[in-house]
Design a protein. Structure first.
Length: 158
């Protein structure tokens, strides 16, 4: 087929079948955007294969078969997505913490405790008090001093 003939045939198929395919796909999916996307994909695939296609019976049958296959693939991929989401919501939280994670957590806690013990006595006391009052993240230095109940005059901010 020459380029002019391919374009004419494609244009004719598009004009004669776009609405029919859209209605057909919409009935299967009940989703306008998905139906539009699938019909667009059908014609994009047709355009890509137009010069190599050897259709013996009916282009319309080919288009509707393509529509059916794309709808099945779309539903299958959505189903896989839903199953994965369900798995993440229900099965994943129930998974146990791995032993190596527990070991790392224990080692980290020991390292933190050792670092606190190596601090000067008053600093360690302040640190322990602040941490026991929900941590230091997002707190101003003045707020930390007030949490530790130390005199502002003794510990000035720079």
């Amino acid at each position: 087929m020459n380029v002019t003939h391919v374009r004419q045939l494609f244009t004719q198929l598009y004009e004669e079948n776009w609405v029919k395919l859209y209605v057909h796909v919409f009935r299967m999916l009940n989703d306008r955007d998905e139906a539009r996307d699938i019909v667009q994909e059908i014609f994009a695939n047709l355009w890509d294969r137009m010069e190599r296609l050897e259709i013996e019976h009916s282009y319309q049958a080919y288009l509707f078969r393509s529509a059916r296959n794309l709808v099945i693939n779309r539903i299958a991929s959505q189903d896989v997505g839903r199953k994965y989401e369900h798995y993440l919501e229900h099965a994943a939280p129930a998974l146990e913490i791995m032993p190596d994670e527990l070991l790392r957590e224990k080692e980290l806690a020991e390292q933190i405790d050792q670092a606190i013990e190596n601090l000067p006595r008053k600093m360690a006391l302040i640190f322990k008090k602040v941490v026991s009052n929900n941590g230091v993240i997002g707190r101003s230095p003045r707020n930390l001093i007030s949490l530790s109940r130390l005199s502002k005059s003794r510990y000035t901010m720079r």
